[in-house]
Design a binder for this molecule. Structure first.
Ligand code: SF4
Ligand code: MG
Length: 327
């Protein structure tokens, strides 16, 4: 399957200041990540805060430039975000953030928010655009009596539905969703995720779905990548990966969020949560890894491809081909 989105060896380093007058430290937020997403396919990215998921998502969408590496969209290099090419290709890709209120214009009614992308791209006549916007509102499960309301008059779940309706108006092919349900009540989260699953299928959207919540990622993704301190430590088919995680970090995550009915022993991680400003040498996971051996403290494991297409970065995982993965 040809991929719609291809990222190769993306890296991004920030300068962070320690204290008010402290020296700047280099923080490598993303470190050599490669990925591919086919048309209509969802790649879920799961990781703790500080793992570099959001930076990766922004780079994949052209909102942030990588220091190294490339992104191509539909065979073309991703244009820089300040260029006219990018604004044109913008209709084909959209970003959904955690905070829907921040993504909406508080002065516009729901209907105007949803219609606005069509107004900007100058498609159709005004009345027809209103009709399309109303149809899209109903598609995302919002009744027409909300059309005249303002964002602050809506619930969090309703707002995120408005954001989705607005994003879909330009018929995008690619959506980056960065923690799209994390700010919502747990009872509402499942509804919005179900809606995303339906929309993804109906509009055949390619999606990069970012979340710290394994359960949410599991529900929506066909493939999953697990991120730790700026790198993929494991990637594979979602069902396979959750059924048989190979990397010790993935095993711990899965054991903390078992599938309904699954019996598995809870693996509790000790040690500090990851801090990108203090990357441990060797395998960055070694201070928390229950299986760490001497080699892990000095030698960084490479992401290798196993039979069946699983990719894993761990010295102890057997059966890995010795070839370096080239996405
Ligand atoms: Fe654990 Fe070593 Fe594998 Fe890293 S390389 S995950 S420390 S066993
Ligand atoms: Mg984030």
């Amino acid at each position: 399957i040809p991929s719609l989105v291809t990222a190769k060896s993306l890296s991004r380093t920030y300068q962070m200041r320690r204290g008010l007058f402290g020296a700047g430290v280099d923080v490598r937020a993303v470190d050599g990540v490669s990925l591919r997403i086919a048309a209509g396919e969802t790649l879920g990215i799961v990781g703790e805060s500080g793992s570099g998921k959001s930076t990766l998502g922004r780079m994949v969408l052209g909102l942030e430039r990588p220091d190294e590496g490339t992104v191509t969209f539909d065979g073309e290099p991703m244009p820089a975000s300040f260029t006219r090419e990018w604004r044109r290709s913008r209709a084909r890709m959209q970003m959904i953030y955690q905070d829907p209120l921040g993504a909406l214009d508080r002065r516009l009614t729901v209907l105007d928010q949803v219609r606005e992308p069509l107004d900007i791209h100058g498609r159709g006549v005004r009345e027809a655009r209103a009709g399309e916007a109303l149809a899209m509102l109903s598609r995302v499960g919002l009744s027409s009596h909300l059309a005249g309301r303002y964002p602050h008059e809506l619930s969090g779940g309703q707002r995120q539905r408005v954001v989705l309706a607005r994003a879909l108006m330009t018929a995008p092919e690619f959506l980056v969703c960065d923690e799209p349900v994390s700010a919502l009540d747990v009872s509402i989260q499942a509804q919005v995720v179900n809606l995303l699953v339906d929309l993804q299928e109906e509009f055949r959207l390619a999606m990069l779905f970012i979340s710290h919540d394994l359960r949410v990622v599991r529900q929506i993704s066909r493939r999953v990548a697990v991120m730790y301190l700026g790198r993929f430590v494991e990637e594979g088919d979602a069902d396979d990966l959750f059924a048989a995680p190979r990397h010790p970090y993935t095993r711990a995550l899965v054991s903390a969020a078992p599938a309904p009915g699954a019996k598995s022993e809870r693996i509790v991680l000790t040690g500090e949560p990851p801090n990108p400003a203090q990357r441990p040498p060797g395998c960055a996971f070694h201070p928390r890894c229950p299986l760490a051996v001497d080699r892990c403290r000095s030698e960084s494991p490479v992401l290798r491809t196993l039979d069946g297409g699983r990719r894993v970065a761990c010295h102890l995982v057997e059966g890995a081909h010795q070839t370096r993965e080239a996405a």
